[in-house]
Design a protein around this ligand. Structure first.
Ligand SMILES: [Zn+2]
Length: 269
């Protein structure tokens, strides 16, 4: 008997707007044909949020957008930030479906700067995340976080300050203590295709509660191992179920059902 990875799944974190414009529709149509019930389309900034909103209107109920500012970029001007927040509020007032994201802290940019002996001012990023967390709390929207290792603790502090309960740490990596803190807070994580070959991710997927776990690709980000040289496609999120099932010693279909149900519950899709 062969165990399929599950006929239905959701890619819980996809940068669809980072694929070439002419490729996006094909990518999405293919994913929906292959069994994607939906994709969560996260945004880099305002222009990216606008593209994802257009796609969300085109694929109602199947492309769930998230609007925010990705932290691994230079901090925008006060005016640009106000414009993004104003735009998100307009979407809320119109009663549109969306989450807040991708937002968080610039772990990789900061680490590279510090490794090169340069100073790095994290303060504006902490302030911006604080503002996004306040917005998520006020609008009662889920929030998608890019916050790994020691940054996850800082993000947890900010979430707690604003009483944010629906938080999704995408492609999470971090130590024991913060993992326990996140699970106790009911925060979600999602694993990428690197659960096939990355020991750190495999250990996390094994020990994080299944009912708080989702699958994602972070596409078009490229992967290694069995995916080396292959363009990242939403269907790779379905593969995660097989690996998580093996790590947790559970049936694949049961695992896939959990991942799907978790994502539907968390994002309301
Ligand atoms: Zn991302």
């Amino acid at each position: 008997m062969t165990e399929e990875a599950g006929a239905s799944w959701i890619d819980a974190h996809l940068h669809v707007d980072l694929y070439a414009a002419e490729e996006r529709v094909r990518l999405l149509e293919e994913a929906f044909e292959e069994g994607a019930q939906a994709v969560v389309a996260v945004s880099m900034h305002l222009a990216s949020s606008r593209v994802n909103r257009e796609l969300a209107l085109q694929y109602l109920g199947r492309l769930h957008p998230a609007y925010g500012f990705h932290p691994e970029q230079p901090i925008p001007s006060r005016g640009e930030i106000d414009q993004l927040f104003g735009w998100i509020r307009t979407r809320h007032e119109a009663g549109e479906p969306f989450a807040i994201g991708e937002v968080g802290l610039p772990y990789y940019t900061r680490s590279e700067a510090e490794a090169a002996g340069e100073s790095f001012d994290e303060q504006p990023y902490l302030a911006l995340l604080d503002r996004f967390a306040a917005l998520a709390s006020e609008l009662d929207r889920p929030i998608v976080l890019h916050a790994v290792y020691e940054d996850a603790d800082k993000a947890c502090d900010i979430l707690a300050k604003h009483n944010v309960r629906r938080a999704h740490f995408h492609w999470f990596k971090g130590g024991e203590a913060v993992v326990r803190r996140m699970a106790a807070s009911g925060y979600m994580i999602s694993v990428t295709p690197d659960v096939a070959y990355e020991e750190e991710i495999r250990q996390l997927a094994e020990r994080y509660p299944l009912e708080l776990t989702m699958a994602e690709t972070d596409g078009p980000w490229p992967f290694e191992g069995p995916y080396a040289g292959k363009p990242t496609r939403p269907a790779m999120a379905a593969d995660a179920a097989k690996h998580i099932a093996a790590l947790k010693r559970l049936p694949v279909q049961e695992t896939a059902k959990w991942l799907l149900a978790n994502t539907r519950r968390f994002y309301g899709i």
